[in-house]
Design a protein around this ligand. Structure first.
Ligand SMILES: [Zn+2]
Length: 382
């Protein structure tokens, strides 16, 4: 009897202990994970923990601890920075978000706060991102998309935003592309002189004109390529053309030239003729005004097939070969099919512009037009 009584007590005791452990484990875990305990683990005394809680409020303490360990700043110091703000809870709250943001830059703190004050709806990620880029335009999600575009140009930001305001259905890729190609500027409305210092990369189009007296270093083209006409082209371009024809001929491709350098006066006649035949609008899609033709640079050859000179050039083997190979010799298809809205010109399968092999290969591989290349890699980097 005595023995079984003892074992009953023993059982009750064990169950009680076990129950107590079951209850205590979560309590201990909660206590260990509590902000109080975390602060104590960092080394704050009970008294200091009370003070910190009083200053920052229980709901923010985890952020302070995270920021403190990441920035190597004591919590007292963070409180000192934040504590004097009389701007109310909302403002302090975003300041904590900003201070604890992974891309936070201490020297830009005032910029973040100013941007946040003026753009209450901007997410903190956007505030930090835009301020880090030095942008303080009114917040719109398109801003982030624009900046992240490969060919984004800071100086053109205003133009991107104007273009987007006009065509809100366009995405950031389309906006950057259109503005870098200058399609936001009406044809011939703001012409300026091109910088001939760019040499083979000089830009001549409806916006950039070349001086009337500009004269490249011309050489005569062998008449076997020109259907008997007397044509001239920039020497460097001729060398590249000769190399290209040599390789092309090995594949039975025979490249002829129907037009190359054109002087200001010649272009003027060509333009007037075009407009007379086609009317102003279509004529201008076909021929550039004098001073705005790439032919004046001496860097262009208009190519025709020698074996099938009467075929539409885009239907010839020669055109197919050029599309695949011309970039290796420094030539680009200047007015491609499907890019009329960017170039402002009808597709011209015959018009090949020399820009050198490196740039031609880049333009070919990245499927951009010369204006886009020029805007981003040349004008942008001066
Ligand atoms: Zn041409």
């Amino acid at each position: 009897m005595k023995k079984s009584f003892n074992s009953k007590i023993e059982t009750i005791f064990l169950v009680a202990i076990f129950g107590l452990i079951l209850v205590m484990v979560p309590v201990v875990m909660v206590v260990a994970n509590s902000p109080q305990q975390k602060l104590k683990n960092i080394g704050y005394s009970d008294n200091e923990v009370e003070l910190i809680f009083g200053s920052v409020g229980r709901q923010n303490i985890d952020r302070y601890i995270a920021y403190s360990s990441r920035s190597n700043t004591s919590i007292e110091n963070i409180i000192l920075v934040l504590g004097n703000d009389a701007d109310g809870y909302e403002f302090s709250y975003s300041k904590i978000d900003i201070l604890t943001h992974p891309d936070f830059d201490q020297s830009l703190l005032d910029n973040y706060m100013a941007y946040r004050m003026e753009n209450h709806k901007a997410p903190i990620d956007a505030v930090v991102f835009l301020a880090n880029k030095g942008i303080n335009k009114k917040y719109d999600p398109i801003l982030i998309d624009l900046v992240e575009e490969k060919y984004f140009i800071m100086e053109r930001l205003e133009r991107y935003l104007d273009y987007f305001a006009e065509y809100p259905g366009k995405n950031s890729f389309e906006v950057v592309r259109a503005v870098n190609s200058n399609t936001d500027i009406a044809f011939y409305s703001e012409t300026r002189k091109t910088d001939i210092g760019h040499g083979i990369l000089m830009l001549v189009n409806q916006l950039y004109r070349i001086g009337e007296d500009f004269s490249p270093n011309l050489v005569s083209i062998d008449s076997k390529f020109t259907f008997g006409f007397n044509l001239q082209v920039e020497e460097m371009v001729y060398d590249a053309f000769l190399q290209m024809t040599q390789e092309a001929e090995r594949s039975g491709i025979r490249l002829g030239i129907i037009s190359a350098f054109r002087s200001f006066a010649e272009q003027e006649r060509f333009y007037n003729d075009s407009v007379r035949r086609l009317g102003l609008e279509r004529g201008e899609m076909h021929a550039a005004r004098a001073g705005h033709s790439e032919h004046h640079t001496g860097l262009v050859v208009d190519i025709r097939s020698i074996t099938s000179p009467n075929s539409l050039f885009e239907n010839t083997r020669e055109f197919v070969w050029l599309q695949e190979n011309a970039h290796r010799f420094g030539f680009i298809l200047r007015y491609p099919k499907g890019k009329e809205f960017l170039t402002g010109y009808n597709f011209e399968s015959w018009h090949w512009r020399f820009v050198g092999t490196e740039v031609a290969t880049y333009i070919f591989e990245n499927d951009i037009i010369f204006e886009e290349y020029h805007a981003f890699y040349i004008a942008n980097r001066q």
